[in-house]
Design a protein around this ligand. Structure first.
Ligand SMILES: [Zn+2]
Length: 200
C-alpha cells in the first residue's frame, strides 16, 4: 500500500517544540519576532527608537519619540492574561496538533490549569484561528489534511480525482474555489499559523 505523503509529512515533535519554546525567554523572543520582524516600531508614531522598561512580567518598550509604553503582549491574544507564555504556546501546539479537536477538559489536564482557564484559552485560540481562516480564499491545488482537490479544467479533473482516490480512500473533494483553509494538524508554524491572527 502506497504511503500517504500528506499524513507522513514532517511535523514538530513535542521534544522539539519544548526545545524551541520551553522557556519564557524563548517564547518572548518568538512573539517579539512575530510582532516586529524588523524590530520594534511604536504603534502610535512608528518610530523605531526605544528603550526597554522592566515593568510587570513581560518586556515593555518605551518609544523614544512619543514616550508611549507598549507591553510585548499588549494587543495580542495574550493581553491581560496572567498565564505564562510557555503555557499559551503549549496550548497553541496542542490545539494545532489535535486532528479532531481538543476539548477544554483535555486541555485542562494537559496544561495543568483550571477548567475555566482551559476553556477561555481554547475559545480564544479557536476565535483567532477562525478569524485568520476568514482572511484567505484559496485557489489552484488545495490540500487539506489527507484530502486533495484541484481547480484543474473539467477535462483533466477526472484524472485529478483518480489521484485523490489513490492517495486516500477517505479523501474529500473540495470545491475548487473553497474559502476554507486548514493548516495541517501535524505542522506547527508559530510565525504563520496563529501569531499573525493574534497580533492586532
Ligand atoms: Zn511613539
Amino acid at each position: 500500500m502506497a504511503m500517504n505523503r500528506i499524513q507522513f509529512q514532517p511535523g514538530l515533535s513535542l521534544p522539539a517544540f519544548l526545545g524551541q519554546f520551553g522557556t519564557e525567554a524563548q517564547c518572548e523572543a518568538a512573539l517579539e519576532q512575530a510582532r516586529w520582524p524588523e524590530g520594534f516600531r511604536c504603534p502610535r508614531c512608528g518610530q523605531a527608537d526605544h528603550c526597554l522598561l522592566h515593568v510587570g512580567v513581560h518586556k515593555t518598550f518605551q518609544c523614544g519619540g512619543c514616550r508611549l509604553q507598549t507591553s510585548l503582549i499588549a494587543g495580542t491574544l495574550f493581553h491581560s492574561t496572567h498565564l505564562a507564555l510557555t503555557v499559551w504556546f503549549l496550548a497553541i501546539y496542542l490545539v494545532g496538533q489535535a486532528k479532531t479537536g481538543l476539548s477544554a477538559l483535555a486541555l485542562k489536564r494537559q496544561l495543568g490549569v483550571s477548567y475555566l482557564t482551559a476553556w477561555l484559552v481554547q475559545q480564544k485560540l479557536m476565535q483567532a484561528m477562525a478569524e485568520r481562516d476568514a482572511r484567505y480564499r484559496l485557489d489552484g491545488r488545495v490540500q487539506v489534511d489527507d484530502a486533495r482537490s484541484s481547480s484543474l479544467p473539467s477535462s483533466t479533473r477526472a484524472t485529478s480525482r483518480t489521484r485523490v482516490g489513490a492517495l486516500s480512500r477517505n479523501a474529500t473533494t473540495i470545491s475548487p474555489n473553497s474559502a476554507t483553509e486548514r493548516t495541517s494538524p501535524m505542522v506547527f508554524r508559530p510565525n504563520s499559523a496563529i501569531f499573525p491572527a493574534v497580533c492586532i
